[in-house]
Design a protein around this ligand. Structure first.
Ligand SMILES: [Mn+2]
Length: 301
């Protein structure tokens, strides 16, 4: 009966009425943990599981080659917005969840800070699922004694709204001018004048985007400075970056849609942004080098 502990114990009658669950193996087998690069801390964000844009294979490769004492999942890990519209969940996306839970089970401290695309998990702030702590934000103390605020970063969208309006206006103006440009050039052609280039407009548009990102970085860093911390780690804008604003460190761990970046802290507190495709290229070059040496040794023998 309910409430009688014995029924839920080892070999209890009631427990056999439930199907027995075991954690199935991932579709991409996990290699041995030996030989992994160890870091004190790892930050990743903007994975967007549940979308075609997610570079799941590269992230699996990353997870299979690195380990850490602490791992922060800095939001937009699962894309609930897209999943709501269209369910998309390939086996490799499951493999990533599997690897993260396995890591927690092995003793890695995992802190999950949901973002705006996985905001449905924000209601579970303060809870712990299988060793994964859910937080709204976190404070991280580096090995060399710096205090960093860790958050997803969409919190600053409201502050950025005025700038986003500027970006939209810029976009509308660009579209308008494109149409205008077509008509101007039609007239110019009739008058025997050469084509009028739009490159200046294009450059202006790119400059707008660059200014938007730069402004965002500064706002986030200054907000962290007001909290009395030494720096901030965030994601959200899919642009891995390190910058300093009046002595406040701004770190963005990038994304796994385009950049495929991670932020890591070495055991001495030194921090580094990893661009994983570059790390794979380096690893393959080192492997090729070892093979060449081996072939030469065999030939010399
Ligand atoms: Mn986001």
């Amino acid at each position: 009966m309910f409430g009688e502990r014995d029924n839920y114990g080892e070999g209890g009658g009631a427990v056999s009425a439930f199907p027995h669950f075991t954690l199935s193996e991932p579709s991409v087998p996990e290699p041995s943990e030996e030989g992994r690069q160890h870091y004190r801390t790892i930050w990743i964000s903007d994975v967007h599981l549940g979308t075609k844009g997610c570079n799941a294979e590269l992230l699996i490769d990353f997870l299979d080659n690195v380990d850490s004492e602490t791992m922060y999942l800095v939001g937009d890990i699962i894309d609930g917005w897209r999943l709501k519209k269209k369910f998309y969940w390939p086996a490799t996306h499951n493999d990533i969840v599997w690897r993260i839970l396995k890591r927690a089970k092995r003793g890695t401290r995992i802190v999950y800070i949901p973002g705006n695309h996985d905001e449905m998990f924000r209601q579970f702030t303060g809870l712990n699922f299988g060793g994964v702590e859910i937080r709204r934000a976190a404070f991280h103390d580096t090995a060399d004694g710096r205090r960093l605020m860790v958050l997803h970063g969409d919190e600053f969208d409201a502050v950025m709204l005025a700038h986003r309006w500027l970006a939209f206006v810029g976009d509308a103006a660009y579209t308008l001018l494109m149409g205008l440009n077509r008509r101007i050039n039609a007239v110019r052609a009739r008058l025997g004048l050469p084509y009028w280039s739009l490159s200046k407009m294009a450059k202006h548009k790119v400059k707008n985007a660059v200014e938007f990102i730069s402004r965002y970085e500064e706002i986030v860093a200054r907000a962290a400075g007001q909290r009395g911390v030494d720096g901030v780690v965030c994601g959200h804008i899919h642009t891995a970056e390190f910058r300093m604003f009046d002595g406040i460190e701004y770190w963005n761990d990038g994304d796994w849609v385009e950049g495929c970046n991670a932020l890591v802290e070495h055991f001495d507190g030194r921090m580094e942004i990893l661009h994983w495709p570059d790390e794979i290229a380096r690893r393959n070059a080192a492997q090729a080098e070892r093979e060449t040496v081996a072939i030469r040794l065999v030939q010399a023998a």
